[in-house]
Design a protein around this ligand. Structure first.
Ligand code: ARG
Length: 448
């Protein structure tokens, strides 16, 4: 090309401000590549040592924020190569032998994503431990379980928290599964067709801790499935965090009053002095949209791209990094906030006892006495309607009053009708019985 690019084009096409985040991965990948080139006698060991020394010095420049980019640096890869040649001379230009930025950028991204997945999994476990800690601190606390946000049946607060621990188990498993497809070496695909040099891809893979090498050079430089999978798993994780955040918002509302937020995790209103707002939980809920947006952005970018590399692919990084930052921050703030929630056991219990949440117990009782459940359901429906009309709770009904609806009611029905008994009877696997909850909380993972 004879003419220098227009400054407008430089500004429009540069990815350096976004992909500078990959400098450490870029340098680690380059060092492994360079060592392989020397071992394969593609470059000399003297050249290798100068290049590796230069790359290590550049890494220090980045780490101490002394790296100076130029407007002509198209991306982090070109910036580092330009600087390498400045530092070690023309020999620096040998580093790019048997390599293209197309396989290089795929490598950098895979190295980065691998670390991100590990960090996210650590933070997922930390949040699970925080939830478990809260559950253990309030063992035995009973709250209403809901369907349709209507009080349905009493459950242990710990059982409710464990539901989120289960969701987070699946999130961790999905991320770990996605990591197996991240952790494959793309370097060696060249620009798109492979390379004519006698490279040793297995050696580079070993040096960088990859489980294997990719099989098709065209696929390798155009594939971003691993990033999509990550964003898919990340979107589900964000959705789970959002649901937990939403319950925290509800519970902190005075209408529920199930929890009080620690001052350090709440904000006041600039105008209404009585307010204590759950902004942290609201923002965790709100930021979910950004993560979904990243998934949609990348899916849309990839749709319709012909093989192999296209510059469109550069648009993968901004949404991906934004999703990564959002997920890491949301997990960290939730894990810090959860153990500090003040649980109002009295309010939960009051709500669990209100709202006829023991109606199912009465029906179950009749069923154990041989009344077909469908009929029992009808009988108890009549009991509840009468109790509502009289403004009474089920637990204040006498045996005689109950027997007016069915003579299958006996003396022991009154013991059935407590929230403790209702919770305790649900001991089939997966139910809210205290023994089940204790067993799930005893897992090693939840007890650091
Ligand atoms: N900045 C580019 C990206 O992020 C690197 C690869 C550029 N390759 C090319 N042939 N222009 O995708």
């Amino acid at each position: 090309m004879e003419e220098a690019t227009d400054p407008l084009v430089d500004a429009f096409t540069t990815s350096f401000p976004v992909d500078r985040r990959l400098y450490a991965q870029d340098i680690a990948g380059s060092i492994a590549h360079c060592r392989m080139l020397a071992k394969q006698k593609i470059i000399s060991t003297a050249d290798r040592d100068r290049i590796v020394g230069g790359l290590q010095a550049i890494e220090k420049e980045f780490a101490s924020d002394r790296f100076r980019e130029l407007p002509s640096d198209e991306d982090v890869h070109m910036a580092i190569e330009r600087r390498l040649i400045e530092k070690v001379g023309p020999v620096g230009g040998k580093l790019h032998t048997a390599r293209s930025r197309n396989d290089q950028v795929a490598l950098d991204l895979r190295l980065y994503m691998r670390d991100v997945v590990d960090e996210l999994c650590d933070r997922i476990v930390a949040l699970q431990q925080a939830l478990a800690e809260l559950a253990r601190a309030h063992a035995g606390v009973i709250m209403p379980g809901y369907t349709h946000l209507q009080p349905a049946q009493p459950v242990l607060f710990g059982h409710h928290l464990l539901a989120y621990i289960e969701m987070l188990d699946r999130d961790e498993a999905r991320l770990k599964d996605c990591r197996t497809r991240i952790n494959v070496l793309p370097l060696g695909a060249g620009a798109l067709a492979g390379t004519t040099f006698s490279i040793d891809r297995a050696m580079v893979a070993r040096e960088l801790g990859f489980d294997g090498v990719t099989e098709n050079s065209l696929d390798t430089v155009s594939d971003r499935d691993f990033a999509l999978e990550f964003l898919g798993a990340g979107s589900i994780l964000a959705m789970h965090l959002s649901r937990l955040a939403d319950e925290i918002v509800l519970w902190a509302s005075p209408h529920f009053g199930f929890i009080e937020l620690p001052d350090a995790f709440a904000t006041g209103s600039s105008m209404m002095p009585q307010k204590k707002n759950p902004d942290v939980a609201e923002l965790v809920r709100g930021k979910t949209g950004r993560v979904y947006g990243s998934l949609m952005a990348l899916l849309t970018t990839l749709k319709g791209l012909p093989l192999a590399y296209n510059r469109d692919l550069q648009e993968d990084k901004a949404p991906l990094f934004d999703a990564v930052d959002t997920l890491l921050a949301s997990l960290a703030v939730m894990a810090a906030m959860v153990p500090r929630l003040r649980v109002r056991a009295d309010r939960m219990r009051e709500a669990a006892d209100a709202g006829y949440t023991l109606a199912t117990e009465l029906a179950d009782y009749l069923a154990t006495r041989g009344v077909p459940f469908r009929d029992a359901h009808g009988v108890v429906g009549a009991v509840v309607r009468k109790a509502i009309a009289d403004g009474r709770s089920l637990t204040t009904l006498t045996l005689d009053e109950l027997r007016a609806f069915s003579d299958a009611f006996e003396e022991d029905v009154l013991e059935w009708l407590t929230a403790e008994a209702a919770v305790g009877r649900r001991s089939a696997p997966g139910g809210t019985a205290p023994a089940n909850v204790r067993r799930r909380l005893r897992r090693k993972k939840l007890n650091p």
